[in-house]
Design a protein around this ligand. Structure first.
Ligand SMILES: *Cc1c(COP(=O)(O)O)cnc(C)c1O
Length: 386
């Protein structure tokens, strides 16, 4: 345990750092033990495949460094992020630790960044022929860094075509190179009956037959649940780690990982017929009481989920009324004992009675978007930090 005082020389006293405020307006609690449990559960479902951790977009909004350190502590040794910057900061998150995981960059290898990848031992995901050529020029087979070959098997988004791979394998330098893996990505894995799954699987198998010795990776969260044909050697879950349901038509097998609470700033009495909030969009059908909480769309609570759903205060349900403001949300607390819905009380926003996915449905979006848009104004509390 660090004694911060002992590292400062007497001639350079550290400035007074105020203690963290006892008062917080909103709290986002992230349960890293639940994320680790989700990773372990996915491992049991992966038919023997290795399980990477996808921590792009700051670990789906929950904190890439904290999530990756926790997963590394339970055995995950490969992480995927989208951008080089994300990879560099994740590399930094492991500085001074005994274990340096492999970090792969999904968005590719921009021209001129080859030495950066090599220097920081980042693994590029190569999405086209030019990137393959530049990697072969920059990274000798003996280099400690390697690269992943990405085939687009039908999502038509990113990756080289099967035809390109067929041409590349005619080159001995290419086939002799110790590539880290061959990967592709599914478009419709949350719909097991979708015929595109089988078409993409067939295309990926053709690619695999050209480079049969490489570890192969096709499935992300939902793909893992398509069965043993889809899991190959390595799976790449993101969403399911964070508790989102990888199954579209069954109960969620994953543990929830986030809870959010926000403080009541003010409680007011209102008369029948009074309007609440911007646009006067809600009109009171009878007299009652309104609690205004310290949370808004700037915190990632979607404005499109205004005028619907509920939060809870001490176990009592408080409907959301009126529009969501940037920093404020109004709740109808008319039915809640006055001693409970009081100024200063904390309201359960997410994770207690309303899941991330419930909120997503109300807002007309998906849980992925809710998580990745969580703002930075909360006090963040991590449980089970490694
Ligand atoms: C985002 C992403 C993943 C993770 O997907 P989830 O659905 O969140 O599990 C895996 N692979 C690729 C290529 C991705 O872009």
């Amino acid at each position: 345990m660090g004694d911060a005082g002992s590292v400062n020389s007497p001639s350079s006293p550290s400035p007074e750092i105020p203690p963290p405020p006892a008062y917080t307006d909103a709290v986002l609690t992230i349960d890293l033990d639940a994320i680790a449990a989700n990773w372990r559960l996915l491992r049991t479902k992966a038919h023997g495949a290795d399980v990477a951790g996808v921590v792009k977009a700051n670990g789906y909004g929950l904190g890439a460094a904290q999530v990756a350190r926790k997963l590394a502590a339970v055995g995950c040794n490969l992480f995927f992020v989208a951008h080089i910057d994300e990879g560099l900061s994740l590399r930094g998150a492991f500085a001074g630790r005994p274990f340096a995981p492999e970090i792969a960059i999904l968005s590719g290898l921009p021209p001129g960044t080859e030495s950066l990848f090599l220097h920081h031992r980042l693994t590029p995901v190569l999405n086209d022929r030019d990137a393959v050529r530049r990697w072969l020029d920059a990274a000798p087979p003996s280099s400690p860094a390697s690269a992943i070959l990405h085939i687009d098997s039908g999502i038509n988004r990113l990756g080289m075509s099967l035809a390109t791979l067929q041409e590349l394998v005619t080159d001995e330098v290419f086939t002799a190179y110790p590539w880290r893996a061959l990967m592709s990505h599914l478009a419709c894995p949350e719909t097991p009956t979708h015929e595109q799954n089988g078409r993409q699987l067939a295309c990926f198998r053709q690619a695999q037959s050209l480079l049969p010795d490489l570890p192969a990776s096709l499935a992300a969260s939902s793909g893992i649940f398509l069965g043993p044909d889809y899991t190959f050697d390595l799976v790449r879950p993101g969403a399911a780690l964070y508790g989102l349901n990888p199954l579209s038509n069954a109960a969620n097998p994953m543990r929830e990982t986030v809870t959010m609470t926000a403080r009541i700033l003010q409680v007011r009495d209102v008369d029948r017929g009074m309007a609440v909030g911007y646009g006067a969009a809600h009109s009171m059908s009878s007299s009652g009481r309104i609690a205004t909480i310290s949370l808004g769309y700037a915190d990632g609570f979607p404005r499109s989920a205004g005028l619907m759903g509920a939060m809870s205060i001490g176990g009592f349900e408080a409907p959301v009324i009126g529009r969501i403001s940037m920093d404020l949300i109004t709740l109808d607390v008319s039915q809640i004992p006055q001693s409970i819905a009081v100024q200063g009380a904390m309201v359960d926003v997410l994770g207690h009675n309303r899941s991330v996915e419930d909120l997503a449905r109300d807002a007309g979006t998906i849980g992925y978007e809710i998580l990745t848009r969580l703002g930075n104004r909360y006090t963040r509390v991590y449980r089970g930090q490694a």
